[in-house]
Design a protein around this ligand. Structure first.
Ligand SMILES: Nc1ncnc2c1ncn2[C@@H]1O[C@H](COP(=O)(O)OP(=O)(O)O)[C@@H](O)[C@H]1O
Ligand SMILES: [Mg+2]
Length: 285
């Protein structure tokens, strides 16, 4: 029998949902153990949850609580040691690496704290990369990548290299890259962790739009309560277990908050872009 999520019985009824709808994500008793030499690290200790299409979820918890391990499993980048992961109703826990990679390229976009862009590659080419793995014909790739850049408001930066872009712009390129294969699930592990507060709200604005206008299911990791406030539902992790599952009250709407925040002027943006150390900018390739 499926294990009951810890506190789901306390939840108010959520958004209208077809009775019997298949969750986008269902975890049933997920464990993840890393072998480090002689020692076993229990990163996840029996996690069960359901996430439905169109939800916007914030995963919270202290450093080391298992958030990234969870995201890597949700994103089919890693496999659980025990338990089952049903993605759109299909048990993917036992699939091979190649099978997982295929599912990933069809259904999932992933965004990282460090952006993970290739440094000697233009924004457009960075965004095109996943289309190559997905087998999109060569003549289609640039068009799809341009459309994705357009969705994050960066069409005019297509030819720029990461080092010529601010941190916020780099993260938008990374979001475009995550969107280019038209996934139904967007996962972002601390997407605002390296960004100043206004830029963080700009990123949340993009994610809220994608969730609202395009029905994308969004799961982000953050340890900042004011960022979690942009989600609809928060899951809190401690020591590899999910300790809380709550609906967000008084959700923040980024498009309403942005006009109240001071903007950086162009000089500041250039200073930010220019300050990216070469070593950092190249660390991803
Ligand atoms: N690849 C790995 N090898 C060994 N231990 C790991 C690995 N990844 C994570 N861990 C350990 O698993 C636990 C959870 O880590 P992680 O999921 O990264 O937490 P969080 O993202 O919440 O900071 C930590 O104790 C961490 O040191
Ligand atoms: Mg982490």
């Amino acid at each position: 029998m499926a294990q009951q999520p810890l506190v789901s019985s306390n939840l108010p009824s959520r958004t209208a949902r077809d009775p019997g709808a298949v969750p986008t994500i269902r975890l049933d008793g997920i464990h993840k153990t890393y072998d480090v030499g002689e020692i076993q690290v229990h990163a996840l200790r029996g996690v069960s949850m359901e996430i439905y299409a169109g939800e916007f979820i914030a995963v919270m918890g202290a450093s080391g609580s298992g958030k990234s391990t969870l995201m890597n499993i949700l994103g089919c980048l890693d496999k659980p040691s025990r338990g089952h992961y049903y993605l759109d109703g299909r048990d993917v826990s036992g699939l091979t690496k190649d099978e997982l990679a295929k599912i990933r390229s069809q259904k999932i976009g992933f965004v990282f704290q460090q952006f993970n862009l290739l440094s000697r590659t233009s924004a457009l080419e960075n965004v095109e990369l996943p289309t190559i793995y997905a087998g999109v014909p060569i003549e289609e790739r640039a068009r799809l990548a341009s459309e994705a850049l357009n969705r994050v408001g960066l069409a005019d930066r297509a030819g720029h290299f990461p080092s010529q872009l601010s941190g916020g712009q780099q993260q938008r390129v990374a979001i475009a890259r995550a969107l280019v294969n038209n996934p139904s699930l967007l996962l972002a592990d601390e997407p605002t962790g390296n960004l100043d507060s206004r830029t963080s709200v700009e990123i949340m604005d993009i994610l809220q739009n994608l969730n609202k206008q395009h029905g994308l299911t969004v799961v982000i990791v953050t340890h900042e309560p004011d960022i979690a406030q942009y989600a609809q539902r928060a899951l809190e992790f401690r020591d590899g277990k999910m300790k809380k599952d709550v609906q967000i009250q008084n959700r923040s709407i980024a498009s309403e908050i942005l006009p109240t925040l001071p903007t950086l002027d162009e000089d500041d943006v250039d200073a930010v872009a220019g300050s990216v150390p070469i070593a950092d900018a190249r660390s991803s390739d």
